[in-house]
Design a protein. Structure first.
Length: 572
């Protein structure tokens, strides 16, 4: 059996691998690491979850000269999440060597990242757009860059980044060592490799199928309107330790998150319209195991290496290549996983394309024994909030059971008083969450019904009870603009308060470090720590007004990055 020591890695690197729990190299690591240690350019092609980060990260930290305070290696990633994931991995590998790794990505203050680059940074891991921005500002200089890695090149192609990647490569020395890693090799990627890689070693590790053998795959045929109820059924039957529910759009992510939350499930949403601080908070909770269910767009389909994810649910049928990356979020690190894809009757052809792409027949899902002999729960109607209403029309009964009585009906939607009322006044929920912000502003004495998702509406749920007098039509409220994002107002109605911390980038802290520290010390949800701005000498952040005194009392004087953290209310 080949070990990491057999690959020629130094003793300090072997110790770092032991500390992070790596025991033996994966096939892509076994083939790519020796070639990179020899100074060869490498094209690595392997399925998601195969260990590509270590395949290029370990050779890089071996050859970084820590006495030279210049950028010596650049890793380009397509998304912020993958950027953060790769940064954390390389920091772990390079810690014994004293390698400084800086992450640069959009959505975070660029001045903070400029300060980090000015203070050092042997390895820069960044998204394509932010790297170009920093180069144009002369904050990122690549004259001494010896290594360039293109991670998930096929995703860069899908996002239209290849021209920008070529521009960045043209600004690096011709003598650099270049590695390109991708699950697939489309013609544009091959052309990029031909133009910018010199006599590369082609490492291809691919099984008979594109998906890993440790993931059991299923499909569930379900109509659009029945999807929410079907999702509750799947989660109830499968009992996942942690699950990611993938949806196609940001709006759908918010809608489904609220639907599951209103049913009593511990769930968070993750998508590109969220602030970086909110996304960091959600990911900290999910990685820490405090959030068992994550509703996400494809922003989470790549780069999230969380070995505790046991299930993936494709709420919307993805493209074949995206399907591979989505289900690759489970069954990692030698563990088993399960993936369930919801297929509408009209999407049978799309599912056939996925099966042809992965060379695997996907069977039908049905409730049953899940793991380790667990028996499915009996199908009963429970009074608890998490329970799923059973019957001929699950989606309708769930809404009807949880809706308040007719006199206290939610007033965000006009009552259907006449038959000739035109349905054109209502915009489908799949296109815009227009009513959702209004629902959050509903007065306390008028409880709001669960947020409706496309497919959950039914005339029976909107009409008043048969023995109730028709309620007078209320004065129409001013509808918010389309696609207006609801404001987060947790912990009461008090507005958030800005706090000032006497630590900044000069002390070696960044946004994720601040959010993680606040969450760890106070127990707050990371999502409510908002607008974190780490400047050179101090940091600004907002916390719920109702929690300010407790946050000040618990955090002021604690230690962050080896220095005491002095926290106070910001003036003005």
């Amino acid at each position: 059996m080949t070990t990491f020591a057999d690959l020629g890695l130094k003793e300090a690197t072997l110790k770092a691998l032991k500390d992070v729990g790596y025991e033996k190299p994966s096939p892509i690591q076994e083939q790519a690491i020796p070639a990179m240690l020899q100074g060869r350019d490498v094209i690595g092609q392997a399925q998601t979850g195969s260990g590509k980060t270590a395949a290029f990260g370990l050779p890089i930290v071996e050859y970084i000269d820590t006495d030279v305070q210049e950028v010596q290696a650049l890793v380009l990633t397509p998304t912020r999440e993958l950027c953060i994931q790769v940064t954390q991995a390389i920091r772990g590998y390079g810690a014994p060597h004293g390698v400084d790794v800086v992450a640069v990505f959009g959505g975070a203050p660029i001045k903070t990242q400029q300060a980090q680059l000015k203070g050092g940074g042997h390895v820069v891991v960044g998204t394509v757009g932010r790297v170009l921005d920093l180069i144009s500002r002369h904050s990122l200089v690549l004259h001494d860059c010896r290594f360039v890695v293109l991670d998930e090149a096929d995703e860069m192609l899908d996002l239209g980044f290849l021209d920008d990647v070529a521009k960045i490569l043209s600004l690096t020395p011709n003598s650099r060592q270049t590695a390109l890693f991708s699950a697939t090799m489309a013609p544009p990627i091959r052309k990029l490799a031909d133009n910018y890689l010199y006599d590369p070693v082609h490492v291809k590790v691919q099984a008979a199928t594109l998906t890993v053998d440790t993931v059991a795959q299923f499909q569930a045929t379900v109509g659009q309107k029945d999807k929410p109820a079907k999702l509750v059924e799947v989660l109830k039957s499968e009992k996942p330790d942690q699950a990611i529910v993938f949806v196609r759009t940001k709006i759908r992510a918010d809608q489904l998150y609220k639907t599951l939350r209103d049913k009593g499930l511990n769930v968070k949403a993750l998508h590109g319209d969220m602030s970086q601080g909110s996304r960091d908070g959600v990911m900290l909770g999910f990685k820490g195991g405090r959030v068992p269910i994550l509703v996400a767009t494809d922003v989470a389909a790549r780069g999230l290496d969380i070995s505790t994810v046991t299930h993936v649910v494709n709420y919307d049928v993805p493209k074949p290549d995206v399907y591979v990356h989505r289900i690759g979020r489970t069954g990692r690190a030698g563990r088993t996983g399960r993936a369930v894809t919801f297929v509408e009757p009209k999407q049978a052809e799309d599912m056939a394309k996925i099966e042809a792409h992965i060379n695997h027949q996907i069977g039908q899902w049905s409730p049953g024994v899940v793991r380790d002999g667990d028996e499915p729960e009996p199908e009963v109607v429970d009074a608890a909030p998490v329970a799923e209403a059973e019957g001929e029309a699950p989606a309708v009964e769930v809404a009807a059971d949880e809706a308040p009585a007719a006199p206290k009906r939610r007033r965000t939607r006009r009552a259907k008083a006449t038959k000739d009322e035109t349905p054109a006044e209502e915009t489908p929920a799949e296109e815009t969450p227009a009513e959702e912000p209004v629902a959050e502003e509903t007065p306390a004495e008028e409880p709001a019904a669960p947020v409706e998702v496309a497919g959950e509406e039914a005339p029976a749920a909107d009409e008043p009870a048969a023995d109730a007098e028709p309620e007078p039509e209320p004065a129409p409220k001013k509808r918010p603009r389309r696609h207006t994002k609801p404001k987060l107002t947790p912990h009461g109605d008090e507005p958030p308060v800005t706090l000032l911390a006497a630590l900044g980038t000069a002390d070696g802290i960044d946004v994720p470090a601040v959010v993680k520290h606040v969450v760890k010390v106070t127990g707050l949800d990371g999502e409510v720590v908002q607008d974190v701005r780490v400047l050179t000498r101090f940091t600004l952040l907002k916390v719920p007004g109702a929690e300010v005194e407790r946050v000040l009392a618990e955090i002021d004087g604690t230690e962050l990055a080896g220095a005491p953290l002095r926290l106070q209310r910001a003036r003005g």
